[in-house]
Design a protein around this ligand. Sequence first.
Ligand code: ATR
Length: 271
Amino acid sequence: MDRYAVFGHPVRHSKSPFIHTLFARQTQQQLEYGLADPEPDEFAAALRSFFAEGGKGCNITVPFKEQAFTLVDSLSPRAKLAGAINTIKLTDDGLLLGDNTDGAGLVADLKAQGIILAESRILLLGAGGAARGALAPLLAEGPRTLVIANRTHDKAAQLAQRFTSLGPIVAAQYDALTGPFDLVINSTSASLQGTLPAISPTLIHDDIAVYDMMYGVNDTAFNAWARERGARKIMDGLGMLVQQAAEAFTIWRGIRPGTAQVLRELKRNLG
Ligand code: ATR
C-alpha cells in the first residue's frame, strides 16, 4: 500500500491522518497515512529514510517547513515564493518535488465561503511564514489592494517589497491603518496566546469579513473580538486546513477529493 505521512514536532494532534484517510476512502485510493515526529536535528535523516523505505509523499508542518524547502530536488513556483513547503511528492523518476499548498488552501476556502477576492480591499495581519505562503495566491486573485501589517513593521515592509511585482501590495504600521477593508486575514499566532494584534477596533465594521488562520473548538481570540465588533462573516482556519490537504492529495494521487463532508466530520470531531 502506498505510504504517506506528516512530519512535525510535536505532531500527535495533527488532523492530517484523519483528513487524508477520509479523502482516500472517498476516492477509493489504497494508501496509508501516518505521523512522523523526529527530533529537530534528526529531521533531514528521517525524511531521507521515509523515502528510501518506499514513502510516496508527505506533508510537512511546524517547525520543519523552511528546512524541508532546502532538502528537496525541485520546487514549484509558489513554493519558491513562499520560502517554505508543506507537501513533498516523490516523482516517477525518483526526485523529491516540494510544493506549498497553504496559500491555495486559504484562497479555496475563502471562495468556498462565498468571499469575492477580485477587486477587494484586503488587510493581512502578520508577516511570518503563514503570511508569506498566502501572499502570491491572494495577489493572483486580483484584489484592488492588499495591505500587510505586522507588529515588527520591517518584516511587513520586506514582504511588500518582495511581492510587489505580483500585485497592489503595500505595508502599513498597525497604528497607521485606515480602512475600509472588505476582508481582514489574521495570519499571526497571537490567538495562540489569547491576545490580539494591536489594530484599531474601528477597522472592524458590520460589512467586513474576518478570517483567522488559527482554529479551535470555540472562536479564536481574534474572531471573538471581531464578532463582538459586528463583523458580518467570521471564518477560522479549519477550512484552510482541509483545502490545503485536498490540494496535496490531488498532487499525489491525480484525483481531487471533495472537501465538504470531511470538513463536517472534522468539525464534529473537534466539538
Ligand atoms: P507562522 O509561520 O505561523 O507565520 P512565524 O513565522 O513565527 O509563524 O510568525 C508569527 C507571526 O505572528 C509574526 O507576524 C509575529 O509578529 P512579529 O513578526 O512581530 O513577531 C506574529 N505574532 C506573534 N505573536 C503576536 C502577538 N502577540 N501580537 C501580534 N503579532 C504576533
